[in-house]
Design a protein around this ligand. Sequence first.
Ligand code: ATP
Ligand code: MG
Ligand code: MG
Ligand code: MG
Length: 509
Amino acid sequence: RILSANEIRRHFIDYFKSTDHNYIRSSPVRPFSDPTLEFVNAGMNQFKNVFLGLRKPPALRATNSQKCIRIGGKHNDLDVVGHDTYHHTFFEMLGNWSFGNYFKKEACEMAWKLITLPPYSLPAEKLYVTYFGGDAKLGLEPDLETRDIWRSIGVSPERILPFGLKENFWEMGLTGPCGPCTEIHYDHAGTALRPHLVNKDQSDLTELWNIVFIQYNREEDGNLTSLQQHFVDTGMGFERLVAILHGKSSNYDSDLFSPLFGEIEKICKIQAYRGKFGAEDELGLDTNYRILADHARMATVAIADNIFPYQSNGLRRVVRKTFRVADSLLPGKSLKLVTALSKAVRSSLESAYPEIGNNGKQVDCVLQDEHQLWMQISSSTKKDWNSLVMKDGNLEKLADVVSPGLIAALKELEKSNFPDGRISDDLALTLYDRYGIDVPLIEELATIKGASVDVRSVEKRIGEMKSANKKALNDSAALLTAQYSIRDSVRLPPTDDSPKYEYVRSENG
Ligand code: ATP
Ligand code: MG
Ligand code: MG
Ligand code: MG
C-alpha cells in the first residue's frame, strides 16, 4: 500500500517519539528574533540559541517537521525552482535532534533503521552515504568515525563517500552553529553503482537526508569556535521522501502537488501537466505549472505566518511572479486562479500546520491587496504613467504598500530621457540590482514609457553580475578560510534570568 504524504510525515514523527524524542511544533517561517535570516531555512533555526549555550534545551531529544523557505542568503534556491525536480521555495524539513544526548553512532543507526525498515523500506542498493573528508587548510580531520559507523551498520564500502567543506560541512548562514555532516542520497534510477554522480545536481540521484554534527559556531569575524557541547541536528526533505515512497523521481509527481495541478488544469481549461523539463517543455507550460504551484505554497505559508509583501521584498517578488505566471495561463483572472490554488494548498497542509488553515482569511485578503497593487502598477500606470509619477503624490501615498524600491526606480526612470528610444542595459541593471525590479516589470515599465529594452542582453548582464558576485563571495570565503582559527570558546551556562524558550509542545504531532 502506498502511504499518503500525511501518513509519511506522521510515521517520521511517531518513530522518533518512540525513541524518546519530544515533538516540538514547527516554528513560524519568520525567525523569532534572528537578524541574520529573513526566512527560516532549516529545522535547527529555532534551536540556534540552545546550540550556542544561551538557552536551555527544550528536551534532551526532539523531533519535528519544520516549514522552511529558501529564497535568499546562503541557501537560495529561487532560480532553480520550476526547472528541476527537487528544489522548492517552500518545503518541509523533517528533523530530529540530540541536545548533548546521543551523538554520531545513534544518529546514523536510527536514521538508517527508519528509512530501510517498513513502512519506508528504501533498498540499501539505491542509497549512498557521504561523510566529511576533512580540510587540510582548516586543520579539520576527515570524519573517519562516521565512515566506520556506516561500515558497521552494514552499508557497502563503495557506497560510503567522502566530500569536502562545500557538501559535508553544514552552515545555516554566514554566521551561526555549524559542523561536519553525513548525508544520505537516493538513486531513483536503480541499483547500479554510480558513486561519481553523487552531489552532481542529478535529478535522478538526489540528496535526501542531512545529519549534522553541530560542534562549532561561525563567528562574525569568520572564525570557528568550538561549542561546549556536541549536538545532532538532522534534516530530511519531506517532498523528496514522499516522491521516493510514491515511486516518482520528481517531487512534483507526488500527492503534494498533483491536487494543485488538477486545480490549475480545471480552472484554466488547459492541457494537463505532463512533467516535461527543459527543451522538452517547448512552450514552458509544465514549468509554469511547477512555478505556480510552488510559489502558491510559499506565499500561502509565509502570509499565514504573518509575513507581508510590503515588509518583505522576497515575498513580494514571489507573489508578483505568481500573479504574472497565473496571468499568462489565464489572462485577466490571475487573482481567481491564485486564490483557488492557495485554498488547495491550505487544505493539503492544514492538518499538519493548523495555522495555515486558521489564517486563510488573512491570506486571501493579502493576496487580494497585493493583486490590486500589482494591477495598478502594471496596468493603470500604463494609462497614466505621468500623472502618477509627476504628481509625486499618488505613489507616495501608497508608500506603505508600494516598496520604496519601486518608487525610487520609477523616479530613476522618470529622470532618464531615453535618447535612442530604449532603456539602456546599464539602467535596466540598476533597476534590477538596486531597486529589485524584475526583468518582466522592467519590460512593462519600458512599454509604458514607449521605450524598448533588450531583454536578452539585460538577462545576460544579470547572469554575469550574479556569477561575479558569487565569485567575490567565494574569494572572500577563501580568504576567511585561510584565516580560520579554531579556538575554544568559553560560554556562560544559562542563568535563571536567561529568556525562557517559547517552544510550544504539543501531543498531536
Ligand atoms: P541540495 O544539495 O539538494 O540543494 P542542501 O544540501 O542544500 O540540498 P540541506 O541544507 O542539507 O540541503 O537541507 C537538508 C535537506 O533538506 C536536504 O537533504 C534536502 O532533502 C532538503 N532540501 C534542501 N533544500 C531544499 C529545497 N529547496 N526544496 C526541497 N527540499 C530541500
Ligand atoms: Mg541546496
Ligand atoms: Mg547538498
Ligand atoms: Mg545537504
